[in-house]
Each structure stands twice: as structure tokens, then as C-alpha cells.
Design a binder for this molecule. Structure first.
Ligand SMILES: Cc1cc2nc3c(=O)[nH]c(=O)nc-3n(C[C@H](O)[C@H](O)[C@H](O)COP(=O)(O)OP(=O)(O)OC[C@H]3O[C@@H](n4cnc5c(N)ncnc54)[C@H](O)[C@@H]3O)c2cc1C
Length: 328
């Protein structure tokens, strides 16, 4: 048979492999394959009933062939319901695997049980288990009656109850409430010991922060994949605010460049994309198992970055194994 002719059998097997409709797939299994795991994050729109625009974005993001899309979970109100609706539609209609974020905020164990049952019925088997940030009016996190105080407790509860694949959050520069990086790592290890299968990191702009964090996590005996979270900058004021809220430093030269063009949105976005491409290339060259992009509900920057990276995801991992003898 001519090499360029694709058989119907192989077309069918490709389709079955990539299409998730009707299949409950676990994200932990993606990391066992020899390919780079690509994922994007979206959030429910603030206004009720306005998911049409989001799904246009999702349709465009899906063209970059992510392994999964994650959907954030708000601190309260109607966006929580929307998280599950959006996740279900991505999973069951768009046909892309989904990771549903879930927090401990104002949730007693009965509420979490109800949510897990609902997700099971919707064929969703992947949860990013978080403690969550305090609701807007509050300055510190308060455990609700009959609920959980830390994400490790939520992981343990989900694990004991059902067969979900569970991700947790990691902080390359430390979590804002825990200045002691070693302690923060102990807390991360608790989440993994409780049953987390993978870690997705907070955004960061200096890869050395990620590498130091990963080295310390590995030497602590954290064996699960650690996926870097990449934020494509496109608005100077917005990123200055977000970075300060999550305790992420913007390196001096990047900050200076962005602030010099802060009123020219196309220039800011160009620098943002260039930086994310450089960051991603370096991370890919240093053995990350996946890349997770904070899309901020926009497809243009993420798809530009993916196009510029032009990675053959399968060849990348095979090549990497030849270089370092298989350590990923
Ligand atoms: C990839 C990613 C996605 C996110 N998505 C969302 C989202 O959808 N919705 C949302 O509201 N927020 C989200 N967040 C933000 C997250 O909820 C906040 O950062 C929150 O403040 C901490 O959540 P956590 O799960 O990391 O908490 P935890 O792991 O519980 O840690 C919280 C703090 O307590 C400390 N700690 C942990 N365990 C213990 C313990 N047993 N004893 C004492 N101290 C402890 C930690 O060091 C840390 O300072 C996300 C963050 C990331 C990185």
C-alpha cells in the first residue's frame, strides 16, 4: 500500500482514539501515553445566559487539539451551576475531554456528594480538587460546617467515594498564604498522598521558578506529573493585578517592556505571545509532561502560540526519551 494512502481502519482508530464522546476517560491515563498532554483553561462567563460566545471560543480552541479543557469553579452563585453545564457540553457535545474544577468553599460533604453524583451521570471523571479562595467579601478562608479546610481533605473524600482522576494545584513561587516554601511543599505532598494523580501549576513567568519547584517536589518524593500553567499576557494592567493576587513575579525586563507599551494592546499581546512561546519552548526542552494554557476565554493568543510552537507532540516525547533515557 502507498504510504500516503490512509486506510479506513486507521482513520476509524484515530477517530476513536481522539474522540471522547460517550467514553469516560481519565486524564491520569493521558500522561501514560508517549505524547505531550496539551490543555486549556476556560471560565464560566460572569453574566448568566451568555455561554454562546464562550462556545465559539471553545470551538476555536478545540481546533488546536487539546487533550482536555478545564473549567474553573467560582466562589459562589450561578457560575457554579454553569461550570457543570459547560463541562458537560464540552465532554458530551463538543467531544473533548474535560477537567472540572471543584472547591471546598461553602460546600458541606453532602453538597460535594451531590456534585460527584451529578458529574458521574454526566460522564465526567476528572476533577481539579481545590480549597478555593475566600469569597469576595471575606479576607480569609473559613471552613464551612461539615466541609473541608484544605484541598487534601477534598482529595481524600473524592478518592474514597468514587473513581475519579484527580488533579491538584501547585505553586512554583509558593502559595500566597504560606511564605515557607518547604511547608507549602509538605502541603502539596499531602494532596498527592491523599490520591492526586497530577499537579497543574499556578501561572509563573520565570521558568527557573518552575524548575526549582519541580526539583524540590521530586526530591520530596512527589511522583506524579507536574504540568506548568502558562498565562499568555495581553493586557498589562490585568496581568499586574492577577500576578500580584497569585504571588507570581513578573521578571524586571518583561515588566519594563510591557509597561513601555501598556497603552498599545497589540504590542502588549505580541510581547505576551512571544514570551509564552519562549517559555513553552524552554519547558518542552526540559521534559515537561504537558502544557496548560490559561486562555482567559480567548482563543487568539493560545492558538497563535500553539501554531508558533509547531510541536509534533508524539515525536517530542519519543525524542525526549532518547535524550534523557526516559525520565520525564
Ligand atoms: C491550576 C489552578 C486552578 C485553580 N482554579 C480555581 C478555581 O477554579 N476556582 C477557585 O476558586 N480557585 C482556583 N484556584 C485558586 C485556588 O483555589 C487558590 O490558590 C486557593 O487559595 C488555594 O487552593 P489550593 O487547592 O491550592 O489549597 P490548599 O492546597 O488547601 O492550600 C491552601 C493553603 O493552605 C496551606 N495548607 C494546605 N494544606 C494544609 C494543611 N493540611 N495544614 C495547614 N496548612 C495547609 C497551603 O500551604 C496553602 O497556603 C486555582 C489555582 C490553580 C493553581
Amino acid at each position: 500500500m502507498h504510504a500516503d494512502i490512509v486506510s479506513p481502519e486507521s482513520l476509524l482508530s484515530d477517530f476513536l482514539e481522539t474522540n471522547t464522546l460517550g467514553k469516560a476517560m481519565k486524564i491520569k491515563d493521558f500522561f501514560r501515553k508517549e505524547t505531550l498532554v496539551l490543555s486549556f483553561e476556560v471560565f464560566p462567563p460572569m453574566r448568566e445566559g451568555s455561554t454562546a460566545g464562550l462556545f465559539t471560543t471553545i470551538d476555536q480552541l478545540v481546533m488546536a487539539e487539546p487533550d482536555f479543557i478545564s473549567v474553573t469553579y467560582g466562589a459562589g452563585g450561578s457560575t457554579q451551576e454553569m461550570t457543570f453545564e459547560i463541562a458537560s457540553r464540552i465532554k458530551n457535545h463538543v467531544g473533548t475531554e474535560v477537567l472540572t474544577h471543584l472547591t471546598c468553599v461553602n460546600a458541606a460533604t453532602e453538597d460535594i456528594t451531590g456534585i460527584l453524583d451529578h458529574l458521574g451521570r454526566e460522564n465526567i471523571k476528572n476533577i481539579l480538587a481545590l480549597r478555593g479562595d475566600p469569597p469576595k467579601a471575606e479576607t480569609s478562608f473559613t471552613k464551612c460546617a461539615g466541609g473541608f479546610g484544605y484541598a487534601n481533605e477534598l482529595v481524600e473524600f473524592i478518592k474514597a467515594r468514587d473513581d475519579f482522576s484527580i488533579g491538584v494545584a501547585g505553586y512554583p513561587e509558593g502559595h500566597v498564604e504560606c511564605p515557607d516554601l518547604d511547608k507549602d511543599l509538605d502541603h502539596l505532598k499531602r494532596k498527592v498522598d491523599a490520591g492526586a494523580d497530577f499537579i497543574i501549576t499556578q501561572l509563573f513567568f520565570d521558568n527557573d521558578d518552575f524548575y526549582r519547584f519541580r526539583d524540590r517536589a521530586v526530591s520530596r518524593g512527589i511522583p506524579v506529573p507536574i504540568v506548568p500553567g502558562i498565562f499568555p499576557i495581553f493586557n498589562f494592567k490585568q496581568i499586574a493585578r492577577i500576578a500580584s493576587l497569585c504571588g507570581a513575579a513578573i521578571p524586571g525586563p518583561l515588566f519594563d517592556r510591557l509597561s513601555a507599551v501598556q497603552d498599545r494592546s497589540d504590542e502588549v499581546a505580541k510581547y505576551g505571545v512571544d514570551h509564552a512561546v519562549r517559555q513553552s519552548r524552554d519547558l518542552l526542552g526540559n521534559g515537561v509532561p504537558g502544557l496548560h494554557f490559561y486562555s482567559m476565554n480567548r482563543s487568539d493568543h493560545v492558538t497563535r502560540i500553539i501554531r508558533q510552537l509547531n510541536i509534533d507532540r508524539k515525536a517530542f516525547r519519543e525524542n525526549e526519551k532518547r535524550i534523557d533515557g526516559g525520565a520525564v
